[in-house]
Design a protein around this ligand. Structure first.
Ligand SMILES: NC(=O)c1ccc[n+]([C@@H]2O[C@H](COP(=O)([O-])OP(=O)(O)OC[C@H]3O[C@@H](n4cnc5c(N)ncnc54)[C@H](OP(=O)(O)O)[C@@H]3O)[C@@H](O)[C@H]2O)c1
Length: 353
């Protein structure tokens, strides 16, 4: 794979730091430009409120944070964006207009009809939307996006189930970690010894984004998956790792054993291509009654944090329904990891030029 020079928008935030953590030793993506908002002009080591126990890699600690301007990223093939949505709305198109490929974590452009919303194991063909986006908007490379952190693990688990058994309805209840709200996030007095049963705009995003990702590409557009979804989102006092319970109704009989087989044997294009950030097994199924757990299982798998971990797979109210619990690491699989995997897929498929 040819060497790729990358820039990072939102480098100092919770997700930006995960990129720094994951890209220190990437075989062909080299993170060269760090960009921020209020921290522009400072050394990264002074500007970032570093959240990991490993120190900031030396090469990044000494780097000066640049303003979020395409001229700062001149020479970069690819821009990762970990900007808040309001900032991403205008800033990301400026980078795309300047000829960069942008892969965004923000919600601003996820649901645009000509913007792919990617989980590389599920919908690698959706990258084809970039071709119409380039034509329509006159951009050389364009914007691809990755989903909300709650959607990533959920859609990954739903994909093999829906492929194996036609599904009608999914009811999802989430228990979302604090780092999902960025830094400083939820006030400590609001969340310690507490659960908050509301996350603004989250329930709509989970349903709409999952349907787009699980939808099919026809005549140059994504037809969303028709499954009915009910979603309840909760914030819980866990640092990293979103847990979710999924209840699914199917139009045919389904057995827990059949569902487990479908999930455990699921592999996608990243596994076939042996992309560096692709876990050997995208879904790990635990048999113990008390797993998965965020503290114990969020970094599972051959690429730590890139596999969804499922447990408690059991029959629902009848033999056409199933229940299970799933866990995925929100800043790895739910954010930087899926974006890096998307970049690797785009490089392998020639979308980065
Ligand atoms: N946290 C998660 O688990 C997760 C998962 C998936 C997706 N996301 C999405 O990823 C994005 C980043 O989330 P986060 O949790 O990392 O947020 P965060 O901790 O609040 O970080 C925001 C970053 O954006 C920069 N920024 C803010 N306003 C800016 C502006 N006007 N111009 C340039 N830079 C600006 C900040 O830089 P300064 O510090 O220099 O101001 C900071 O680096 C959001 O869109 C979020 O919804 C988050």
């Amino acid at each position: 794979m040819r060497e790729i020079r990358a820039g990072l928008l939102g480098a100092t935030g919770a997700v930006g730091q995960r990129y720094i953590n994951m890209l220190g030793h990437h075989p062909f993506i080299h993170l060269e430009v760090l960009m921020g908002g209020e921290s522009a002009g400072k050394k990264y080591g002074e500007a970032a409120h570093w959240l990991f126990s490993d120190p900031i890699p030396e090469q990044f600690a000494r780097t000066t944070v640049q303003a979020a301007n395409p001229t700062a990223a001149k020479g970069c093939d690819l821009i990762f964006s970990a900007l808040p949505s309001e900032a991403a709305k205008d800033i990301e198109p400026k980078f795309a207009a300047a000829g960069h490929a942008v892969i965004s974590e923000a919600s601003a452009h996820r649901m645009d009809a000509d913007v792919p919303l990617m989980i590389p194991e599920i919908n690698p063909d959706h990258l084809d939307l970039l071709n119409s986006q380039r034509k329509r908007r006159g951009w050389k490379k364009g914007i691809a996006t990755t989903p909300n952190c709650t959607v990533t693990g959920l859609a990954l688990v739903m994909k093999p189930l829906l492929d194996a058994f036609p599904a009608e309805k999914a009811i999802v209840t989430t228990m979302q970690a604090l780092s999902g709200a960025g830094f400083p996030g939820v006030a400590s007095l609001s969340i310690i010894e507490n659960v908050i049963p509301y996350i603004k705009n989250e329930e709509e995003k989970v349903a709409n984004e999952a349907k787009k990702i699980l939808g099919s590409l026809r005549d140059g557009a994504v037809k969303p998956n028709g499954i009915l979804m009910g979603v309840s989102c909760n914030r819980v006092p866990v640092i990293d790792g979103h847990m979710e319970t999924l209840y699914c109704e199917f139009s045919t009989k389904v057995s827990p054993e059949g569902a487990i087989r479908a999930m455990e044997t699921f592999r996608g294009m990243p596994q076939k291509l042996k992309l560096p950030t692709a876990p050997d097994q995208p879904i790990i199924v635990r048999r113990e009654n008390d797993r998965p757990q965020p503290r114990l299982d969020r970094l599972s798998g051959s690429v730590p944090g890139m596999s969804a971990v499922v447990g408690r797979v059991r029959r629902g109210v009848d033999d056409k329904s199933l229940q299970l619990t799933l866990l995925s690491h929100n800043t790895v699989r739910g954010a930087a990891g899926t974006a890096i995997l998307t970049a690797e897929l785009m490089a392998a498929k020639g979308y980065l030029g």
